[in-house]
Design a protein around this ligand. Structure first.
Ligand code: NAP
Length: 225
């Protein structure tokens, strides 16, 4: 069975992803502290006790560096402010043809409103730090994490930006394992900035319209949903 690693998997998005990904994969829940990873896995198993022994067997607590050196596919779920530095500090642990999916969204807050961050996306900054063989993708930015953790089904589209179609295909296979999430290819890493910017729209929409956990779905007439 394939193992997916979550970098900073102990937070809101990490917990949400790990309970869904564990339906199909082993999941290494990474943390700066092994003790914290063990405690969070314990917490998840208590909160999801109906999932029983299978979930217990599939969630593996680990230190971030151990996880990065062991798995082929990593999803980074650390706050955007520390994502680039976190990858820099682990750069020597990456190897071979790994896939690195960044969920981070570069945001700025001005006058009580969120805006897309100016300059290169977090995903592009991360790609520039990693060996060329490691392919970076941006994905999951618009998936509401708390809702994902609470619910067994979440509907929405996951926009993916990455430089190679083969990397997109690998990301899509992972995303499709989460029931009712649809992966959609947006383009190269240069458009990751646009995907990251969508998070600011969701945050503003939620605040100004009193919405809880909004997300995006792309509607088209050939595939009505
Ligand atoms: N929350 C959402 O709804 C949502 C939705 C889509 C995308 N995202 C994106 O997903 C990412 C994670 O969001 P989140 O809400 O899950 O974050 P979070 O819960 O605040 O943090 C996630 C984890 O990051 C690690 N971390 C915190 N500070 C760190 C530091 N200074 N250096 C290294 N690691 C640190 C912590 O793990 P350890 O202490 O165990 O190391 C923490 O459990 C963000 O980039 C966000 O843009 C969030």
């Amino acid at each position: 069975m394939q193992t997916i690693g979550l970098l900073g998997g102990t937070g809101t998005l990490g917990k949400g992803l790990c309970v869904h990904l564990a339906d199909s994969f082993e999941v290494m829940v990474g943390s700066r502290s092994k003790d914290k990873a063990v405690a969070i896995v314990e917490e998840i198993l208590n909160e999801k006790s109906e999932r029983g022994q299978e979930l217990k067997e599939r969630l593996i607590p680990a230190e971030n560096s151990e996880m990065v050196s062991k798995v082929n596919t990593i999803v980074a779920t650390v706050p955007f402010e520390v994502a680039v530095e976190t990858v820099r500090s682990l750069a020597s642990s990456f190897r071979g043809n790994q896939i690195f999916i960044s969920a981070a969204a570069f945001l700025e807050k001005k006058d009580k409103e969120f805006q897309a961050g100016s300059g290169r996306s977090i995903s592009e900054q991360i790609q520039s730090l990693l060996p060329e063989t490691v392919q970076v993708a941006a994905a999951f930015q618009t998936v509401p994490a708390a809702f994902l953790y609470k619910n067994s089904i979440i509907e929405g589209d996951v926009l993916v930006a990455t430089n190679k179609k083969t990397t997109y295909d690998a990301c899509a296979q992972l995303i499709e394992r989460i029931k009712n999430l649809r992966p959609l290819y947006v383009g190269s890493l240069e458009v990751a900035r646009d995907i990251e910017g969508l998070t600011s729209i969701l945050l503003n929409v939620a605040i100004k319209n009193h919405l809880k956990n909004p997300t995006f779905k792309i509607i088209d007439e050939t595939h009505p949903r």
